[in-house]
Design a protein around this ligand. Structure first.
Ligand code: WT7
Length: 655
């Protein structure tokens, strides 16, 4: 089992200094420089963020106030200013030689490939923006994207930002039901999708899921559907609602000035799972998010003009938003977008992309690294990856073994490994090494970025001691923080700002993760402390999966927990009681797994379904997940079980 445990990281004593050559040219090239910067921000955070915002972004109208935190947890950044994210990502790079620099390299799954200069991308985005306007979409209208990994996904995101229509990207692997929930919750006006995409050597249709989500007038606010042609599968188009991208967009003018947006105007909504209820629409706003994506990308990858950056995430997740599209483009970098994935027929798919496009900055997930380890170093050893400079990882704790493999086999001991901790809610990276400054330790995200007032605390917001576990929290607002939950500001307060109240009565931002800090102040993130399960770095709420299970007519009650999984980080185990008279067997188990897949998406399918007559509950009727987690992991149930209502349940579940 290659899991991160307190024991495994406590034994971890290895330290790797930044390569001298990298440190020599880096923006932040030593720990002294890092500490100086931290001290400068701490002395006057507003002055620092204000200066960064003025220097790093283009403003139509300057801001007059850096931060208004008079009504926590509702922060307002850069008030009075107006800017535009698409302008910052495109227009400002068009003066001078950067106009012809490659902005986007796209590698299709079947081996087709496209390249866009900053000028090309600007033209495409302007045309798409005009197409949205032609459909009657304007400032403030929410547009959903349900797309495969094609350039049009990035173009559509930027087109929305250009006209001030917030986007809501829904991961293309989610089911029609999950899409429908998000369209309804958002009050979405238009959907941009594709006929399909290529996944693991075959064309997979996408448009039918949109039709299904919109069927029977389920989403009355959705007026338009714009469809990109990718797979050329036969696709039904509904007269009056559906339009082809290539027909509408190509016909537009390439002249579309960027809309000046107030700093706090909504930029996008992105749904993520929490411990309670349905997924939350995390709201990010224009200037603060832009600054954070820009600055963090610059810091953690120490970007240089000739870098080629590849982040392997899907644009349907925050990682894709911040580090495929907005962070790189805002910095004028070259970003790679890949439609495919490694698969048995092409185990070297990733390394081929690195060799072909001379990728220098590579950013992927621990779950992918563990899968590569399994297929052996013979695969990557066949490729020339000497272009690599920095290796990043994100999404879940990385076990020291996988970290070392990444460094040695992929990075040939030359490239620093940057383990970046952050969340959909934080907009960008929060805790991470700086490649030219921070000595790294396998399995640690190291230190907070300058200006991030991270801490590890107890329930009362008191910092815990060295090597004591606690809650990962943030004491002060930062520009990229989420602003609210779409349509539910109270839920925003309750989910993030109510768990930990400091001695001064001020709330701290509660991330939902447990962590510890070692004697060097390094952070070791241990994983979620709530009922969120992380499967291959994808966040799933146990309650969402439980709701999906009980929507099946055979199920009376369900409790879902995570269990350690050597490849995926966590696997899903569902404990299910059935309606009276029914008994569970493999066939029903498979049916329930399929059912969850169609309710949420294949990633939410339980690995194991265990049928039982009853679930362990407290006298007040609360399911004791701690017990189920131990059972699922095959561990002894330890700790206090005296609150258990019926002890025989435990014996039965043990089998
Ligand atoms: C949760 C956020 C933000 C990018 C992708 C996931 C876990 C993320 C790390 C890391 C340990 C990590 C946390 C966090 N996580 N990065 N480097 N080390 N855990 O975004 O879906 O919003 O999930 O992912 O549990 O809370 P997300």
């Amino acid at each position: 089992m290659s899991q991160v445990t307190i024991e495994s990281v406590l034994q971890e004593g290895r330290v790797f200094e930044p390569p001298a050559e990298l440190a020599a040219g880096a923006r932040i090239g030593s720990m002294d420089a890092y500490r100086e910067l931290v001290a400068r921000v701490e002395a006057d955070p507003d002055a620092f963020w204000g200066q960064q915002a003025r220097e790093q972004l283009h403003w139509f109208e300057p801001f007059h106030t850096v931060l208004d935190w008079s009504n926590p947890p509702f922060a307002r950044w850069f008030e009075g200013g107006s800017t535009n994210l698409a302008y910052n990502c495109l227009d400002r790079h068009l003066q001078g030689p950067r106009a012809e620099k490659t902005a986007l390299i796209w590698e299709g799954e079947p081996g087709d490939s496209r390249r866009f200069s900053y000028r090309d991308l600007h033209t495409q985005v302007c045309k798409a923006a005009n197409a949205l306007k032609a459909l009657g979409i304007g400032k403030g209208d929410l547009v959903a994207l349900y797309m495969p990994m094609v350039p049009e996904a990035a173009i559509a995101m930027l087109a929305c930002a250009r006209i001030g229509a917030p986007h809501s990207v829904v991961f293309g692997g989610f089911s029609a039901e999950a899409l429908r929930d998000r369209l309804i919750d958002g009050g979405v006006k238009a959907v941009i999708t594709a006929d399909g995409g290529f996944r693991k050597d075959k064309a997979v249709a996408l448009k039918p899921a949109v039709d299904q989500a919109l069927a029977d007038g389920a989403c009355p606010t959705v007026e338009q559907v714009l469809v990109v042609r990718r797979t050329e599968q036969p696709t039904a188009m509904l007269e009056g609602r559906d339009r082809w991208w290539h027909e509408l967009v190509e016909a537009q003018s390439a002249d579309c000035p960027a809309e000046p947006m107030a700093s706090e105007d909504r930029l996008f909504v992105l749904y993520t799972s929490g411990s309670t209820g349905k997924p939350k629409g995390v709201v990010h706003t224009t200037a603060g998010y832009n600054l954070w994506a820009h600055l963090t990308f610059q810091w953690i990858f120490d970007i240089r003009d000739d870098d080629v950056h590849w982040c392997t995430a899907d644009v349907g997740w925050i990682t894709g938003h911040s580090y495929i599209v907005y962070g790189p483009l805002s910095n004028g970098a070259t970003t790679v977008m890949y439609e495919g994935a490694p698969r048995p027929s092409k185990p070297g798919a990733f390394w081929e992309v690195i060799e072909k496009h001379k990728v220098s900055l590579f950013y992927t997930a621990p779950t992918a690294i563990r899968a590569f380890m399994k297929s052996g170093r013979e695969v990557p050893d066949q490729y020339d990856m000497s272009s690599l400079r920095i290796l990043g990882t994100v999404g879940e704790p990385i076990n020291p073994e996988a970290w070392m493999w990444y460094r040695q086999v992929i990075g040939h001991d030359r490239c620093p490994v940057i383990d970046t901790w952050w969340q959909t809610e934080t907009g960008g990276v929060m805790i991470s090494p700086l490649p030219g400054a921070t000595p790294t330790k396998p399995g640690s995200a190291t230190l907070p970025l300058p200006g991030i007032a991270a801490d590890i605390v107890d329930n009362e917001g008191r910092s815990v001691g060295i090597d004591e576990g606690g809650y990962l929290a943030v004491r002060r607002p930062w520009p990229g923080m989420m602003r609210t939950v779409h349509g539910d500001p109270e839920r925003f307060r309750k989910s993030y700002w109510e768990h930990i109240i400091g001695a001064d009565g001020r709330p701290l931002y509660f991330a939902g993760d447990g962590a510890r800090r070692d004697a060097d102040g390094y952070y070791w993130v241990m994983g979620r402390v709530d009922d969120v399960i992380s499967v291959s770095g994808h966040r799933l709420g146990s309650m969402e999966i439980e709701s999906a299970l009980v929507s099946h007519p055979a199920v009376a009650e369900a409790a879902v927990v995570g269990r350690p999984d050597p490849l995926k980080g966590e696997g899903i185990v569902a404990f299910v009681t059935l309606q009276a008279g029914l008994s569970g067997d493999d066939t029903l188990g498979s049916e329930l797994r399929r059912h969850v897949g169609s309710e949420i998406g294949p990633i939410a399918r339980p690995d194991e379904i265990r049928f039982s007559d009853a679930l362990p509950k407290t006298r007040s009727g609360k399911i004791m997940r701690r017990i189920l987690r131990a059972l699922a992991a095959g561990e002894e149930v330890s700790g206090d079980t005296s609150t258990l209502e019926d002890r025989s349940v435990l014996d039965a579940l043990r089998g």
